[in-house]
Design a protein around this ligand. Structure first.
Ligand SMILES: *[C@@H]1O[C@H](CO)[C@@H](O)[C@H](O)[C@H]1NC(C)=O
Ligand SMILES: *[C@@H]1O[C@H](CO)[C@@H](O)[C@H](O)[C@H]1NC(C)=O
Ligand SMILES: *[C@@H]1O[C@H](CO)[C@@H](O)[C@H](O)[C@H]1NC(C)=O
Ligand SMILES: *[C@@H]1O[C@H](CO)[C@@H](O)[C@H](O)[C@H]1NC(C)=O
Ligand SMILES: *[C@@H]1O[C@H](CO)[C@@H](O)[C@H](O)[C@H]1NC(C)=O
Ligand SMILES: *[C@@H]1O[C@H](CO)[C@@H](O)[C@H](O)[C@H]1NC(C)=O
Ligand SMILES: [Cu+2]
Length: 646
């Protein structure tokens, strides 16, 4: 037995060492267990109601990561291996930094500012069960003639509406499951239950006498009943043209690290592209991930006004990651990666197949040309487009977010956001979509159901390091000029404007024609152009709410799609780290208003993918995927088209 243990320990140690692939690798399950043990054996263990809300890698300084990556790694250990942990205990929020190499707490303090860390799954589950032990709730349900065994209550975060003192709380809305699997399509109207999370007690049940009856269950099911078409014949997984070494991916001319945490979900780190002309790896993206989401519903009624969700900061996209289903979520040639995070008890949890990685044969043409200008010949050449996709799906209550990072051999990185799932609906007695005097907050989308209007804003953190850290943000504005001495009267030309400070880099798109570039002013092509990448934006949408509306104050960064800030390791979460019940005193807008210089500096690009969603009948019973996104495309980064090898 003892020998066995020793062998096991040695094996584990070896595994641990050989798994040291990258200093930005996410915490592995052993490390998460180690963290839990350190906290549980420290003085913090005596805190009443200790729970773990955030456990993540405390990333080493960029300088050290880059040094490590460029050195001979064989004999070197990581710059350092630390974790950031946020716990709640005794009614307070504690921030802790742990050193995983020597197993000690290197710093800790109590956070006293506004807002709270993400909820744990355990808290949400406990809250959702409370009504079933409440006599008042049971009585209300019985009086409505509903069977309590057929009710599901979901916790919703409550935002902030100017209160000077906040508590951690959620509101429960309840739904009826009888004869349907589409729980969200059967909302029980006029019933809101307020739960105080710290005491884990119901503090108020609001029941409206004027409630609208339950809509019918008939026709609400979304379960797939048809015959699935045969998947496209697949050669199998044994001949992939990418390799996965721990979290490091190598594919064609790209290499990068795929990380995962409870908050952001997928994190892409140190993405570099091989330049066959220069014979070297060149840096593009140091770190990229979803930073925050904001989903405000456009219904000011007492039952709906508070629905202004920040899913990433309040729950977590990684926390909401689902196990991907082969052939439905990812094609047959996909490889899968698990996602690890800490539960509310600090112990490691695994989401099997949280991420998939696959080559996508897009059916598109990467480039082509037919030349007929040479007498007696027709020359045709070109290549089909094959890309590499890294995908995850976060299911946050009713919505499913499909999050793709797609790498192209041309040097582009395409980021896709797909929205699907089911709508949040409101029952109505209305049966026809006629204009009434009565104000409604969304279209009639199914029998006796309104699909409430809302937005989705998905904000990306993009720390681009184009050929090095020192970059500039350039607005290449298209300016119309009058033509002189020409039959033409006008033409456009490009006038480049380098943003000097953060103030100058806050943009609302669609107002004027411009190309947005991140360039490295210290690196030029042989022809003398600044090397760069262009942000190709998608369908633009900014928040339309008034600036002094409370939800808008918390998400003030959604008034612009584009921001550029000076790099600061601790500025990553657009709505501030403590997004739950935040008041707008931290976050991207605040950082940007420092108006730091961003010329030839390490800078971060923030881009918000936005959707204004006024639902329609096709969104019921489940919604066909609605897609948007953006692309980062090389501009004068290469000497020539990198698809045409020299
Ligand atoms: C552990 O390592 C950190 C450096 O990462 C150091 O600051 C700390 O003093 C060390 N603690 C102990 C107990 O060795
Ligand atoms: C209530 O629902 C439960 C679970 O579906 C079922 O077993 C039970 O018979 C129902 N009760 C009534 C009174 O319909
Ligand atoms: C601990 O949690 C329980 C309910 O789960 C609550 O009644 C109690 O007040 C909490 N204690 C502290 C110190 O927060
Ligand atoms: C595997 O891939 C290589 C290179 O793409 C190709 O030449 C070879 O035919 C493939 N083998 C199989 C069994 O598909
Ligand atoms: C980095 O950001 C944090 C949080 O916004 C701030 O407190 C700190 O002063 C910043 N550091 C520098 C050097 O600007
Ligand atoms: C930001 O800094 C620039 C350059 O120093 C200055 O021109 C501009 O007025 C500043 N903006 C604000 C709001 O102070
Ligand atoms: Cu929507």
């Amino acid at each position: 037995m003892a020998i066995l243990t020793i062998i096991l320990v040695i094996t584990l140690k070896c595994l641990f060492i050989s798994s040291q692939h990258h200093p930005l690798d996410p915490l592995n399950p052993n490390e998460i267990s180690q963290i839990q043990k350190i906290i549980k054996t420290s003085h913090l263990a005596t805190l009443p109601n200790l729970s773990f809300h955030f456990v993540d890698l405390e990333e080493p300084d960029k300088k050290h990561v880059l040094q490590w990556l460029s050195s001979n790694k064989q004999h070197k250990s990581f710059p350092y291996r630390r974790a950031k942990v946020v716990i709640r205990g005794g009614g307070q929020t504690h921030e802790i930094i742990l050193d995983l190499t020597n197993g000690s707490i290197t710093s800790e303090h109590v956070y006293k500012g506004d807002g709270y860390p993400p909820f744990t799954f355990t808290e949400l589950l406990q809250a959702a069960r409370l009504p079933f032990n409440s006599f008042q709730f049971k009585d209300l349900v019985a009086r409505r003639g509903l069977n309590i065994s057929e009710i599901t209550c979901f916790p919703f975060t409550i935002g902030w509406f100017g209160e000077s003192i906040t508590r951690r709380a959620v509101k429960l809305s309840c739904f009826y499951r009888e004869r349907t699997t589409n729980v969200f399509s059967m909302p029980i109207d006029g019933l809101t239950i307020l739960v105080d999370i710290e005491s884990m007690q119901i503090t108020n049940i609001i029941s409206d006498r004027q409630k609208t009856p339950l809509p019918e269950a008939e026709g609400t099911d979304f379960q797939f009943s048809g015959v699935r078409p045969d998947p496209i014949p697949c050669k199998g997984n044994n001949n992939r043209s990418f390799t996965i070494n721990g979290h490091n991916i190598n594919w064609k001319n790209w290499r990068f690290n795929v990380g995962f945490n409870a908050r952001a979900g997928v994190i892409i780190s140190t993405a570099s592209i091989y330049d066959s002309g220069k014979n070297e790896w060149r840096r593009v993206l140091y770190r990229g991930h979803v930073s925050e989401t904001f989903v405000p519903y456009m219904d000011p009624s007492s039952e709906w006004y508070y629905k202004t969700f920040m899913d990433v900061g309040e729950f977590g996209f990684g926390r909401s990651a689902v196990t991907l289903v082969p052939l439905t979520d990812c094609p047959c040639n996909a490889a899968y990666m698990d996602g690890y995070m800490a539960g509310g008890d600090g112990l490691p949890q695994n989401v099997p197949r949280a991420i998939c990685i696959f080559e996508r044969y897009t059916g598109n043409i990467a480039w082509r040309h037919t030349e007929v200008g040479i007498p007696g010949k027709v020359i045709t050449s070109g290549e089909p487009e094959v890309n590499l996709v890294v995908r995850m799906v976060a299911t946050v209550g009713n919505y499913d977010y499909i999050l793709d990072w797609e790498f192209k051999q041309s040097g582009s990185i395409k980021v896709g956001v797909g929205l699907t799932g089911v709508l949040e609906m409101k029952p109505t007695t209305q049966t026809k979509a006629v204009q009434t005097k009565q104000e409604i907050y969304g279209p009639l989308i199914a029998k006796n159901r309104i699909g409430n209007n809302h937005d989705h804003f998905i904000t990306y953190y993009l720390d681009l390091d184009i050929d090095g850290e020192d970059n500039s943000f350039v607005k290449a504005n298209l300016k119309v000029k009058k033509a002189k001495a020409s039959p033409r009267k006008s033409y456009w030309t490009v006038i480049k404007d380098t943003a000097k400070t953060e103030d100058d880099a806050r943009l609302r798109l669609g107002m004027k024609a411009s190309e947005l570039l991140i360039v490295n002013p210290n690196k030029k092509t042989k022809l003398g152009n600044d090397v760069g990448y262009r942000l190709m934006t998608g369908q633009p949408a900014v928040s339309l709410m008034l600036d002094d509306d409370y939800p808008q104050m918390r998400a003030s960064y959604t008034k612009y799609q584009v921001w550029v800030t000076a790099y600061n390791k601790s500025e990553r979460w657009a709505a501030g780290f403590y997004a739950d019940r935040s008041t707008g005193k931290d976050g991207l807008a605040i950082w940007s208003h420092r108006n730091r210089s961003i010329v030839n500096k390490d800078i971060v690009l923030w881009y918000t993918v936005g959707f204004h969603h006024s639902p329609c009948q096709e969104d019921f019973p489940a919604m066909p995927t609605l897609a948007n996104g953006f692309e980062l495309r090389p501009v004068n980064f290469f000497e020539r088209n990198p698809l045409l090898k020299t």
